[in-house]
Ligand binder design. Structure first.
Ligand code: MLT
Length: 327
């Protein structure tokens, strides 16, 4: 067959396929969508993800089913989505880890930056420094003294290298110039169970997972990691007020699809995300947990990608200076 012949056959095949793809995009979604949450059920990412998934499903007319794929600081879940078919039926809800993982992990089985399309930003969640209820300190100043005295005898829980709890722990250890012993979990949901049981000492976790425990007094809280206090925890001082200025981190969350997902599918998902961000029930639940949906004018794929790329550059020097890598 001549080259021309091959081209004719290929052209005909593509001409036949395009309407089907176009048709599929036009009617997308025609079946349930899987939202991968890269941490264990019951944690803060799961809490945000399930609220958004339910609201998006209502708007899309198809269920958005959450699947928790924890492990390796959120990289196993991200890898699952990066390697999925780019058809809009496998999406990822992840957080600030998408900005730290490209530096922390030097050998991944997926491209942590170019493996995804951005759909839009979702929310930015404050973090809280908490300890087991009977920890021998009641203020951040006392905690700093105990930490400097106990050093590696203190067990600090996180969700693995790349998790928000890992990043917060890195910042806290840098601020104190004191190492802890790290106890990794598949998410801070399971980690919270051990903190409540008193088998680990400390954790830095998002208000979406600590607010109810702090209010119930089942954990001891020292500070919130944002410049201003959180309305849902009015008595909790900021780290700066408590004597640790500059110890600031908040956990932004975004929605992703695999790279090369057709633009009409990304736009359809973005419309569903915006509808979720406008949902009054979500706004109320987020507020009760110390956070808020991002303003919808910021929830575009382009703003998400620009913000994400800038955050990768922001955290890279701090991680390189700490010299703590996952591999
Ligand atoms: C979780 O959902 O378990 C947390 O986001 C883990 C973390 O990032 O610390």
């Amino acid at each position: 067959m001549t080259r021309f012949g091959k081209r004719t056959v290929l052209g005909a095949a593509l001409a036949l396929a395009l309407p089907a793809i176009g048709h599929a995009q036009g009617t997308y979604p025609t079946r349930p969508i899987t939202m991968i949450i890269p941490f264990a059920a019951g944690g803060p990412t799961d809490t945000v993800g399930r609220l958004i998934a339910q609201a998006m499903g209502t708007e899309l007319g198809q269920p958005v089913v959450v699947e928790n794929v924890g492990g390796a600081g959120g990289t196993l879940g991200a890898q699952r989505v990066a390697n999925a078919r780019p058809d809009g039926y496998t999406i990822l809800l992840h957080h600030i880890g998408m900005a730290t993982i490209p530096t922390l992990y030097r050998r991944l089985a997926y491209d942590p930056i170019n493996g995804f399309e951005t759909v839009g930003l979702v929310t930015e969640v404050p973090m809280t420094l908490v300890a087991r209820r009977n920890f021998p300190a009641t203020t951040l100043a006392e905690l700093v003294q105990v930490a400097r005295r106990e050093r590696e005898r203190l067990n600090y829980a996180n969700a693995g290298i790349g998790a928000a709890s890992h990043l917060c722990g890195l910042l806290f250890q840098k601020a104190l110039d004191t190492p802890f012993t790290t106890v990794p979990y598949r998410g801070t949901g399971p980690a919270m169970n051990d903190l409540l049981a008193g088998t680990v000492d400390l954790m830095c976790d998002q208000t979406t997972n600590t607010t109810e425990q702090i209010r119930a007094g089942t954990v001891r809280a020292f500070a919130v990691t944002t410049p201003q206090r959180v309305a849902s925890l009015p008595d909790l001082p900021t780290a700066a007020e408590a004597g640790l200025p500059g110890f600031e981190v908040s956990v932004w969350h975004g929605l992703y699809t695999p790279r090369a997902t057709p633009r009409p599918v990304v736009e359809r998902l973005n419309r569903a995300l915006v509808a979720a961000l406008r949902d009054e029930g979500i706004a109320r639940r987020f507020a009760d947990l110390g956070t808020a949906p991002v303003p919808v004018e910021r929830a575009t794929p382009e703003i998400h990608r620009t913000f994400w790329q800038a955050d990768i550059q922001k955290w890279r020097p701090l991680i390189q200076a700490a010299g703590q890598y996952a591999d």
